[in-house]
Design a protein around this ligand. Sequence first.
Ligand SMILES: Cc1ncc(C[n+]2csc(CCOP(=O)(O)OP(=O)(O)O)c2C)c(N)n1
Length: 360
Amino acid sequence: MTRDPAHLLPSADPVQLIDVEGKRVRDDVRIPEATDLVRAYGALVLGRRFNEQAYALVRQGRLAVYPSSTGQEACQIAAAHVLDDGDWLFPTYRDAVAMVARGVDPVETLTLLRGDWHCGYDPYRHRVATQATPLATQLPHAVGVALAAKLRSEPTVALAMCGDGATSEGDFAEALNFAAVFAVPVVFFVQNNEYAISVPLSRQTAAPSLAHRGIGFGIPGQRVDGNDVAALLTVLGDAVARARAGEGPQLVEAHTYRVQAHTNADDDGRYRSADEVSAWAPRDPLLRLATYLRASGLLDDAAQVAFDTEAERVAAALRASSPAAPDPARLFAHVFAEPTPQLREQAALVRDELSREVEV
Ligand SMILES: Cc1ncc(C[n+]2csc(CCOP(=O)(O)OP(=O)(O)O)c2C)c(N)n1
């Protein structure tokens, strides 16, 4: 084993292949095939519409909460598109669009965010783990799946998503260390969107970048422009290929920005300026890919209409769905085989509370 850390060092700047004006840069790095870029663009259009519709459902009181990935859709699409069918995706609460891009039914995707006690879909069908709300807890789970794949000599890669704030959790350090020591095929994909609710990145780390944090674990780090889906497909795709080839865990940090508030329950005006937010508008992931594809003759009005129509079909399906309201009493049903006295007491309190509710 080499002790020279040079090969673990991330690039000084995030890798970018299509700049904010939609122009190709960096001839030395492979750009994805045209068909992959067009497919990614269609998924971006759908992802943006999904985010808008889910946010609207919250305002109508039909969804409990929605942590939007508006502005981060390139990360979402790339995370899904770089995986093979047999791989596993481990998403967080913010990664509904990645799950949809992986094939999970859009209506089922929102089950957790409606406040139900289950995730709403079969995790084994599309190999998408349940969305993790406790920060970073999905990372050791992904390492476990990757270790199992290695022990069984299966070609499976686990891709685990997390935010910049989650990198301060103990689970992040434990997952990276275990993964590196046992050289398992896992890719840790950090969407650095600059904020953990109101806490800025400067309060999470003093490292040169989050990708640099891999060095201490013996994991190579990569930095990529998180609003450039072409760069993401290449960098993340290469990381998945290396993990699959037996080169051990990989850490990829995507530099992006959370354009909307943390959730509908957050007032972001209290901790950041409107100018800071609007400065990210020209870096929008859809805008620059559309400009690039149009200039390259890969996207015309007819193709755009087809993508928009598909996005509207999914938005209409979300609006039309009216799943039964979750029964709060079921919250207690699957915690332990034998409920503890405390749980029984809490369940009784909820039952009592519900019995007092009067129709208005
Ligand atoms: C273990 C744990 N501690 C605290 C929280 C409360 N919490 C929810 S989201 C969040 C911020 C996470 O920020 P980040 O990891 O950057 O992801 P982002 O929300 O920006 O996608 C916090 C502190 C939680 N869900 N889990």
